[in-house]
Design a protein. Sequence first.
Length: 262
Amino acid sequence: PSIFSYQSAEVDWCEGNFERSAVIAEYYNTVSISNVSFFILSPALLYLNRQYCQHRAVPMYFLPLFLAGVFSMYFHMTLSYVGQLLDELSILWSLAVAYSFWYPQPYFPRCIKTRKHFFWLTGITTVISTLMSFIKPTLNAYALNCIAFHLLYLTWRELKKCNDKRVHRMAAVMVMWWVLAISSWISDRWLCWLWQAVNFPYFHSFWHVLIALSLLYCFPLVIYFDVCYEMPWFKPKLEYWPSDSWPVVVPYVTLQEPHKQC
């Protein structure tokens, strides 16, 4: 069949196909809050962290995250081969943008001396990874999820040097949401027979929501550490919208006034 054909993908998630719509393969994975969360996340993070964005020329800002939501909706709507690759590659490219711009310079390989050289390294690695993703697409999702372990390792390295209790608390909440998210993803992938038996095959849509919540805490952490490295004349401070006292909050970073130079 055509690579654009419905159900031509090598992956099919646990939710039943075309049960609630004749044109949408996986209804809840496509049009429910699971993917809408990605569309809300990008502009919300951009607006709340506008002070940081004014001082740091972040390329494309959170556009890759928005595109990941678009391609994810297309994939789950069609379950097409093209949709599967776009869904997975949009995540790969989003990670490439994040690594190339936010990866702390002290962790560069010894052969890399400048950020420009690191851009080239990230670009070449991304091109090779993109080409390799066509070899066995069913393995792409597992490989992408494994990158999270490196991100968790970097977070642990940074927390060892940070005494701010708010930062440690936010990192703990981020890890909690990630553990719940990856548990939902694995559960949908490996225990589909069980959830279909109890008529509740919706854990992949939970994955979308939970990973979005994890990213909601991940991005302010990345911004916080980036300010410490790249803008040392500012002091970053974690804030919560609408208020610290609310049970459900959205974290963001504010920049305190520059220190006076001697």
